[in-house]
Write a protein that binds this ligand. Structure first.
Ligand SMILES: [Zn+2]
Length: 220
């Protein structure tokens, strides 16, 4: 063991000022003539010299960073939530669903009226809160266009309508009384007869049921 090795062993004690008087003197003497060991001491002091104040600062910085991370995560979550809500709203506004037959009293509020050979599909009361009318045709066998794959367009004999509402109108107040009514032009009796359309019906797409609203008097 040379002197440097002995001094380096003593350096931690020297740095903490806990070595004996003789050792301290010996170390100091050696340090004066050995830049290598002096450097070692400086290194040692730097490592040891983390003061409580510095600890507090480091802690503060860590806490600050944690707070920022929490904030960022919160902001991202809030943004995602907003987009999910907007998406749901957009979906509800833009997608149709069938009218509730009972709630809107469809059988009593949807009828066909004939004026001078012109046939009108009339909708009144809560049923008039529909958002779209889906025309459908039926063939002689009772199959419906868009609802039955067996529908035969060459032998159609009925023209029907299904009212649809936006999903979101389900939350709306039904009690609109007779405030609203709507008439939808179906065509003339003559034209329907020409095309062998024998009936006009309301089609309940939920229960797959026809409500016949008008029937041709023409008998083949
Ligand atoms: Zn040395």
């Amino acid at each position: 063991m040379n002197n440097c090795d002995i001094v380096k062993d003593l350096l931690p004690l020297y740095a903490d000022d806990v070595c004996s008087e003789d050792s301290r003197k010996a170390v100091e003497e050696h340090l004066n003539g050995c830049p290598d060991c002096k450097k070692e001491l400086e290194k040692l002091r730097q490592n040891v010299s983390i003061s409580p104040q510095k600890d507090a600062e480091v802690l503060k910085r860590i806490k600050k960073r944690l707070r920022i991370e929490k904030l960022v995560v919160g902001l991202i979550s809030a943004t995602v939530l907003v987009f999910v809500l907007l998406g749901t709203l957009f979906y509800l506004i833009n997608s149709d669903c069938s009218m509730d037959m009972e709630r809107y009293d469809i059988p009593n509020n949807v009828y066909v009226s004939e004026v001078d050979g012109m046939l009108m599909l009339c909708v009144k009361g809560g049923a008039a809160s529909f958002d779209s009318v889906y025309p459908t045709f039926s063939d002689i066998n009772g199959n419906h266009l868009t609802y039955d794959k067996d529908y035969d367009k060459n032998i159609k004999n009925g023209i029907g309508y299904t009212l649809k509402q936006r999903k979101i109108s389900r939350f709306s107040n039904v009690d609109m009384g007779n405030l609203y009514s709507f008439a939808y032009q179906v065509g003339t009796v003559e034209k329907l007869n020409e095309n062998n359309i024998e009936k006009i019906f309301y089609y309940d797409d939920v229960n797959d049921k026809e409500y016949v609203l008008w029937e041709s008097e023409k008998n083949d």
